[in-house]
Ligand binder design. Structure first.
Ligand code: NAD
Ligand code: UGA
Length: 464
């Protein structure tokens, strides 16, 4: 296998889009084509106006502008792109199964299998197939089975190359990753395939940061990394509840333990609970895998991370209700933020959705402002929970384009996302226009509590 000249990526989502755009920007000699079945998404990636890209990430527009039309292409012609490429990344969604065996836990691999079958049907020349999606350990075995049994007799190499980028910092993470992980098969040609992918990344990443392992270690490392990260958030959130009972301050505790170099300071921010498309899904998947091997203690251990996170979201909502004299019925509660973290328009599994749902059960009127999330997405998110009919959801949630309007006449404000701009608001003006007492529930420990209290707010944060 010589140098790679032509890459195809199946799946133009939050991972496929930014990841391939960076490869194209850094490797001008490689033609990169990103394909997707979703024609609207591809059209948005091709939109002249870079503000309309389907994924919002700081710096993404510049990278796309640099490479698009030169060696970066977005297309719906999946077969053509597969046929032309020497290396094919599979970057499709792998959500939690919502039906059948493993419902609610196992990863749904139907999109992965469809890709494998399509690659097998179309390929006329040898291919390196790269798992970019996050997958259960040993998925490469299933992909190999499909490729070998339904293919045209061409040779395949399967690599695992999980993605570690975080949303909101995707471009930074891709340009200077802590590490790139490449897992390869031990069979003949496996080493060469790994080297071909190493060569691609080595265009901008120091070789000592490119780690090669066997394919199973690579698959399992991705699930493990997410489980460890989420576990840190649940651990500090568990301590936050204890802080609230004992007058300890969770930020001080986090700082004190984080200075121990064995613990480290990152990922210790107490919050209303972690969201995002992956932490929950990947831990549930890990739990499911452990159970299928009969490792019940292992499964229970990791499941606790999710149980703690659900508890943290729920207790944030119940604290709002309790503090507002045990009723929010008919009260306006303003949400600042809907995205699962700042600097992204992604709302998947955002804590805001669950807090909203709990408050809707109590007949609150929710007023939302988020700088990047569209109104229809918010309604979609709440409807997706299927807890009441759509009309009722629509009545309960009003979306505002102006934060001051969202907060006007509100009984309380809840901070659900840590957008920087919230810190800069004119909080005196907000206070003056609210019902009194004016409550702020800071689910992100973002605002200056002392300042808000001196204005007159009743201020509550997490873990203090
Ligand atoms: P996404 O839903 O944003 O994008 C997936 C895309 O794949 C969709 O546009 C869908 O239309 C397309 N697709 C599905 N089946 C297809 C097919 N057969 N042919 C062509 N296109 C098809 O998902 P995402 O957030 O990009 O995640 C993709 C994978 O990467 C998941 O396994 C996820 O766990 C993993 N991951 C995500 C992140 C993240 O930050 N979002 C980070 C690391 C890893
Ligand atoms: C996470 C991982 O950080 C990435 O390495 C991984 O590639 C990705 O999942 C994935 O596999 O999808 P992401 O979910 O985009 O990335 O964002 P994070 O920064 O990890 O935040 C996840 C959630 O945890 C957010 O809701 C965030 O607000 C919350 N969080 C994070 C906290 O509440 N406290 C913290 O200290 C850190």
């Amino acid at each position: 296998m010589g140098k790679i000249k032509n890459i195809c990526c199946i799946g133009a989502g939050y991972v496929g889009g930014p990841t391939m755009a960076v490869i194209a920007a850094k490797c001008p000699d490689i033609k990169v084509t990103i394909v997707d079945l979703n024609a609207a998404r591809i059209a948005a990636w091709n939109d002249e106006n870079l503000e309309n890209l389907p994924v919002y990430e700081p710096g993404l527009d510049k990278i796309v502008a640099e490479a698009r039309g030169r060696n970066l292409f977005f297309s719906t012609e999946v077969d053509k792109a597969i046929d032309e490429a020497e290396m094919i990344f599979i970057s499709v969604n792998t959500p939690t199964k919502t039906y059948g065996l493993g419902k609610g836990k196992a990863a749904d691999l139907k999109f992965i299998e469809l890709c494998a079958r399509q690659i097998a049907a179309v390929s006329k020349t040898d291919k390196i197939v790269v798992e970019k999606s996050t997958l259960p350990v040993r998925t490469a075995e299933a992909i190999r089975d499909i490729l070998d049994n339904t293919g045209n007799g061409v040779n395949y190499q399967i690599l695992s190359n999980p993605e570690f980028l975080a949303e909101g910092t995707a471009i930074e993470d891709l340009l200077a990753p802590d590490r790139v992980l490449i897992g390869g098969e031990t069979k003949e040609g496996g080493k060469e395939a790994m080297e071909a992918l190493v060569e691609v990344y080595a265009n901008w990443i120091p070789r000592e940061r490119i780690l090669t392992t066997n394919v199973w270690s690579s698959e399992l490392s991705k699930l493990t990394a997410n489980a460890f990260l989420a576990q840190r958030v649940s651990s500090i959130n568990a301590i936050s509840e204890l802080c609230e009972k004992t007058e300890a301050n969770v930020s001080e505790v986090a700082r004190a333990i984080g200075m121990d170099s064995r613990i480290g300071s990152k990922f210790l921010k107490a919050s209303v609970g972690f969201g995002g498309s992956c932490f929950q899904k990947d831990i549930l998947n890990l739990v499911y895998i452990a159970k299928t091997y009969g490792l019940n203690e292992v499964a229970d251990y990791w499941e606790q991370v999710i149980i703690m996170n659900d508890h943290q979201k729920r207790r944030f909502a119940s604290n709002i209700i309790k503090t507002l004299y045990n009723t929010v019925s008919g009260k306006k509660i303003a949400f600042l933020g809907w995205a699962f973290k700042k600097d992204t328009n992604d709302t998947r599994e955002s804590a805001a959705i669950y807090v909203a749902d709990d408050l809707l059960f109590e007949q609150a009127n929710i007023a939302v402002f988020d700088p990047k999330v569209e109104e229809k997405q918010m309604h979609y998110d709440v409807n997706y929970l299927n807890t009441r009919d759509k009309e009722e959801n629509k009545k309960g949630i009003t979306v505002f384009a102006d934060p001051y309007e969202a907060c006007k006449d509100a009984h309380a404000i809840a901070i659900l996302t840590e957008w920087d701009e919230f810190k800069e608001y004119d909080w005196q003006r907000i206070y003056d226009n609210m019902k009194k007492p004016a409550f702020v529930f800071d689910g992100r420990n973002l605002l200056d509590g002392e300042k808000l209290t001196s204005i007159g707010f009743v201020f509550q944060a997490i873990g203090r």
